[in-house]
Each structure stands twice: as C-alpha cells, then as structure tokens.
Design a protein around this ligand. Structure first.
Ligand code: IVH
Length: 676
C-alpha cells in the first residue's frame, strides 16, 4: 500500500471506531461484540505504531475517544476541591512565605512548618466515607461538581472499603490521587500517551470491570467535608490516614524554612527518575490546621499551600517563523513556530515569546537555534538563543505597528503606577470591531470559568465564527441548529447535545456572568467582588445610565485600573447592546449573600493604623465572614472606624466630626465574639 492508501485505510478505521464509541457510550447500544471492538482498536494502534504519520484525536491512543461523560451522574462536592498556585524557584517560595507571615501578621522570623508532599501526577478523587463505610467516590470535575465514579473506584485495592478504627470520623471525604505505576504502565496492552492518561482512561471506563484491568493505585493526602475529625495538623493527619489503612506518599516530610524546603526539593528531584510513579513537583502545606483556617482561600486556591514545580524538560530546535497572535484583550503575543520536537514525551511546535520587549531583549530571530523549555502544563517558552548558529542573512524581528487582524494602530499603554510603558503592545480597537479579538472574546465567554458550555470548545467557536453563525455572545443562544446539522462533522445527535449544553447554561450565576464579559482586569476574583457589590444584573447594567463609576472605588479590592476598565466597557455601545440582548435570553441569578445574618450584618468598617497580630487582609476576611462590609474612606455611611497603633489623623478627625463609632481591636473582636 502506498501512503495515500494507508491513510485512507486508517481514516476508515477511525471513522468506524468513532461510530462504535458513540453507539456504546452515548446511546448505550453496542453495535458489535467486545471482541470485534477490541480487534478494531488493536488494528488502529498497530497502524499507528507502524506509520508515525498516522494521528487522530479520535484514536484509541487518545483518551478523548474514551470519554464516556454522559454515563456518570454528576454530584456536588460538599466542600469544593481546590487547585494550587505554582512556585518555580526560590523567589516564589520566599514570596509565598512572606505573604503568609503578612496575612497572619506574624513576626518575620516566625518558624512556619510545612508538610512537604511530592505531587503525584495522576487524577484526583474524593472518597466519602460514612460510618466507616466507603459510600461514594467522585472525580474532581470542575472542583464544585464531579462525576460519580464510585463503582470504578471500588475496584482499587488501595482504597479501604470499611474502616473500623475508633477515631475514624463519622463522615469524611478522603481526597487523594489515583495513578498507575510506571512499571504497570509499561506492561499495559493498550496504548496511552503517558501513565496519567492511562489512569484517567481507566477510571472513566463505563464498565468497572474494564477499570479493574488496569492496576490503579490510590495515595491519600487531604480531606474535604468532615464530621468528627480530631487532628490538629496535616502531618498528623497523614499519619492517621496510614493508621486507617490508606497509602500515603513515603517521601512526605515535615519541614520549616525556605532553605530546607529547597534542600528537600533537590533531594526529591534526584530520586525522581527512579520512582515508580510520576511526580511533577512538591506540594507545601502550612502544617497547622488552625493557621490554614485563618489563611483561607483566594479564588479557587488556598493561601496556605503551593505546588513547587520541578523544572521541566528542555530541548533544542529551530525557529521556522514568528507569528503574532492577538488575544482577547488586544494584546499582541509573538509565538515562535518551531521545528516540531519531542520534549519530555510531548511534541512541541509552538513556543511563546511573551511580548515585544522579550523578543528585543533576547534578540530572537527567525532561523535561530534556541533552547526551549516545557514545564508542566505551562506553554513552552524559549530560554536562550545560540548566536553561533545564527544564519548570516538573518535580520531583527520587526514587531507590527498595525494590528495584523484589523489594521488598527498598535499601542503600548503608559502605566501610571509604575510610570513605565507596558511591555505588551495592543491593538487599539480592543473590542468587537477587531475580528481576532472578537473570536477570542467568544472563546472566553464559553470557557470553563465563564459559561462553561460543554462541547463548545475553541475550535467550534472559530468554526462557527468563520461561517458567521456567531459574532456576539448573544448569538450563541440563538444558533441556527438546522444549519449546524448540515455542517461537516455534525449530526443529529451531536447537535442535540450542543443544544442541550447551551440551554443548560442559560441559567447562570451573576459572578460567572460578569467574568464571562471579559472586561479587562476583571478576573474571577474581581467578578466576585463586583457581583457582591451589585447583587443583581439590573443594578450592574444601570451603571451605563448612572455612570457612578467612582463609587466602585469603595469596593475593597477594586482599584483605579479596574474602574477605568469598567468605565471603558460601559462607554462602548456594542457592549451595552450585548448586555441588553443577553438579558433577554438568560436567567442571571442574583449574587447570594452567603450568610445573611452574620454578627456584623450590613455594618461598614474601616481600619486605620497597625493592628496587633492581625493583618489587614485577615481583618477584612473576618468582617466579611460575619457579613460586614469593608470600605476605604470615612463617610457618613461608615459605621465603625477600627483604630490600631498610629492611626491616620485625618481619618480619625473626620470620624469624630461625623460622630462615627470608634473602636479598637479588642472591641472589634468582641463584636464578633472572639477574644484573641
Ligand atoms: S492538596 C489544597 N496534596 O495537585 C488543595 N494535592 O493543583 C489541593 N496533588 O488537584 C489538594 N499531590 O490532583 C494536594 N499531596 C498533595 C497532592 C495534590 C498531588 C494534585 C491534586 C490537585 C492538584 C492541585
């Protein structure tokens, strides 16, 4: 057979495989026997092994083909499963510790102990135990809601099914990592890109019997909801896990001081190659639960933990071209197209060049031989240029002064805080007028933290946009499904699914809605702040009439940059039209004020001067926990001024004049029924 024929044969097999998968997973109507199905799978894998030009995202070697998402019931995590911030070097660790010390207002020499736990690169799962019995097991999902994979998890022998220990809590979610050992991975008949994919594929098999075929392991490391847990720190918790019959990582250590964390990091990294499981870093967790509790979370990651990633893999390749991509906020990002190269098991053909300044600083040119680094799931980047290998006729890269998409001027903004021009150059149109920005905005709109429309990925956004099915966010809710059904790659069932996913998301929380608008400088955290402030979409939209933008400065956490950006958003007529149209098709839930009746309900607070043993950030979260509000200036609306050491005289005088209650730290703590 020649290449063309081989490809034809392969494609035919893939099509059949796709068809059988759909029948099996989506319609629960297997069209062939298991043997026949396996046979086809083997044939495809054999072809791929023989001819490395054969590739398909629907191949059985690719986990996507196995995704039987509709087979699992969804279920909410009682306590969300968080993710972790990353640290890459000593500086990041020093900052991590500094922030903790500041937040807790501890002495700068305070010795914080950390539980240092090698981070296994697997699939996390949450196992609920009730009265000592394994009751339910969920995948992480989006952190709030996971898939019920109880049966599949039950096949894992590392997971105890009954725990009789007296001190095992009445109810607890034990969380940890499901993974496959490298030695077992090698012996698998099926082809997966790496052990992680194998674990994920196995866990998501529709039939638990299939899960059992792949030897999965489970290592426990944290808990979610609990009732009756009597341990005070992480390291003792890990010990207890062992006593209760769970496996924990044998390389876990209790360590204090950044220097010692680094020492341990280097030691573990040396052992890395000889371990029978893949690790991609070390997780550090503040050991004391009481401190963890005080520190709390930012967005979806705890302040008390961080993942120290191992440095990645590096490789040498050549830059074939430099492309300038335009992002959602108009930022022009140069991307190096490189000769494809395998870096640590992943084929890399793009590397980010960050921004114009970075290209200039490193004088990166087309034709250069460069060292490329890939760390975890971060986009690969270029570390250095081998000048000796530079072709004679190469020339400096010229950054476009006009937007490659819409032709508008590109600009570098002046940052009034740093008194410097931005490193990033932007398209000055920054809106739906620029095609490329437009598409990126739509991608953001449907993305995970925004509308999270399942099955509406980036490729589909691009495809629909190209054929003018969508231009503005509201178009997503008025799709011409008949037209889609006739498009290549679509059919009745897939269109039904899409319709279902879209309709399902018409009901949205106010904070997600704000985030999805993609207003510059309004990320998840700020969207949350704004939603709490406005409570309802109507109030938010009213900004366009009332134009009271300066009032937003009163929201703690929102600064001038954000306010200017919100202002720009509301001054743009297209945006107002989008809001009006979306209002017609969506149900935007009002922000729920979590605890409606905290001790400080509706009262406003302002702090001036240095407090004793409590940082500003902590007092703010204490106020908010008790449903009070923090404001940033003294006005008639202020209920309490909390004064510490050396308060600002002007604030104090103003407060006295307005007859505002002035209290000290002790009196404040009494208000929330705390003594220290
Ligand atoms: S703690 C605090 N401990 O890392 C909330 N996570 O990026 C985070 N992971 O989804 C969980 N080893 O899959 C924790 N010893 C460990 C871990 C660990 C691996 C994974 C886990 C989580 C991800 C966070």
């Amino acid at each position: 057979m020649n290449k063309k024929e081989i490809l034809f044969d392969y494609k035919k097999k893939i099509e059949k495989f796709k068809h059988l998968n759909k029948a099996y997973y989506d319609d629960s109507d297997p069209k062939v026997s298991d043997g026949e199905y396996d046979d086809l799978k083997k044939k495809i894998l054999k072809l791929e092994n023989e001819y490395n030009f054969l590739k398909s995202k629907f191949s059985p070697s690719n986990i996507v083909g196995f995704k039987p998402s509709k087979n699992f019931k969804k279920s909410l995590h009682k306590v969300p499963m968080l993710s972790l911030g990353n640290a890459f070097n000593e500086e990041d660790l020093v900052n991590f510790e500094k922030k903790i010390i500041n937040f807790l207002s501890l002495h700068k020499n305070y010795e914080i102990f950390y539980s240092a736990e090698p981070k296994i690169d697997g699939i996390s799962a949450s196992l609920t135990f009730k009265k000592g019995k394994f009751y339910k097991g969920l995948s992480r999902g989006d952190g709030k809601e996971g898939e019920d994979i109880t049966e599949n998890l039950s096949t894992i022998s590392d997971i105890p099914k009954t725990i009789l220990s007296e001190d095992f809590p009445d109810e607890i979610d034990i969380r940890g990592e499901v993974f496959i050992q490298n030695s077992d991975f090698k012996n698998l008949n099926e082809k997966f890109a790496n052990p992680r994919n194998a674990a994920s594929g196995s866990l998501r098999q529709k039939n638990p019997k299939d899960t059992k075929k792949i030897p999965l392991k489970f290592i426990a490391y944290t808990y979610g909801y609990e009732k009756g847990l009597s341990v005070n720190d992480q390291f003792n918790f890990l010990k207890k896990l062992n006593e209760w019959g769970f496996q924990t990582n044998p390389l876990n250590k209790l360590i204090s001081g950044v220097k010692n964390l680094l020492k341990n990091y280097i030691e573990v990294e040396k052992k890395r190659a000889n371990l029978d499981f893949d690790i991609d870093g070390i997780v550090y967790k503040v050991n004391e639960f009481s401190l963890q509790k005080r520190l709390g979370n930012v967005a979806n990651a705890p302040r008390w933990a961080i993942a120290h990633k191992f440095s990645s893999n590096k490789a040498i390749s050549e830059i074939l071209d430099i492309e300038v991509q335009i992002g959602r906020t108009g930022a022009l990002t140069p991307v190096a197209k490189i000769k494809p190269i395998n870096i640590g098991g992943v084929m890399v053909s793009n590397a980010t060049l960050h921004n114009e300044d970075e290209i200039n600083r490193k004088d990166i040119r087309v034709g250069d031989t460069v060292v490329i680094e890939r760390a975890g799931d971060v986009i690969p980047h270029i570390i250095s240029v081998d000048i000796k290998k530079r072709p004679r006729n190469s020339f400096k890269f010229k950054f476009p002064t006009k937007c490659p998409s819409c032709g508008s001027k590109t600009i570098k903004e002046f940052n009034t805080t740093t008194k410097k021009f931005d490193a990033v150059r932007r398209c000055s149109s920054e809106g739906y007028d620029c095609n490329k920005i437009s598409v990126e905005k739509l991608k953001h709109f449907v993305s995970k933290d925004a509308f999270n429309i399942e099955g509406f990925g980036k490729k589909i956004v691009e495809g629909f946009w190209k054929i003018k099915l969508i231009k503005y966010p509201q178009d997503i809710f008025k799709l011409n499904y008949e037209k889609i059904e006739n498009l290549e790659g679509w059919g009745k069932l897939s269109v039904e699914n899409l319709k279902y996913s879209i309709n399902e998301k018409k009901n949205i929380s106010f904070e997600r809605f704000i985030f999805s608008l993609g207003i510059r400088h309004i990320g998840l955290e700020n969207a949350k702040l704004l939603s709490k402030h406005f409570i309802s979409f109507t109030n938010f939209k009213n900004l366009s009439n009332e134009k009271k933008f300066d009032e937003l400065l009163n929201i703690d956490g929102i600064g001038e940059t954000q306010v200017n950006s919100i202002k720009n958003f509301f001054l743009n007529n297209t945006n107002i039209k989008i809001l009006n149209e979306l209002e017609k098709v969506l149900i935007i839930k009002n922000a729920d004020i979590q605890k409606k009746n905290g001790r400080l309900k509706g009262k406003t607070f302002l702090v001036t001067g240095k407090l004793n043993g409590i940082s500003r950030a902590e007092i703010k979260s204490l106020i908010e926990e008790n449903t009070g509000i923090t404001v940033s200036s003294v006005s008639k609306k202020l209920d309490y001024l909390i004064i510490g050491e050396k308060p600002t005289k002007r604030k104090l005088d103003n407060a006295k004049e307005l007859k505002i209650k002035i209290i000290d730290q002790k009196e404040f703590l009494k208000l929330i029924n705390k003594t220290s």
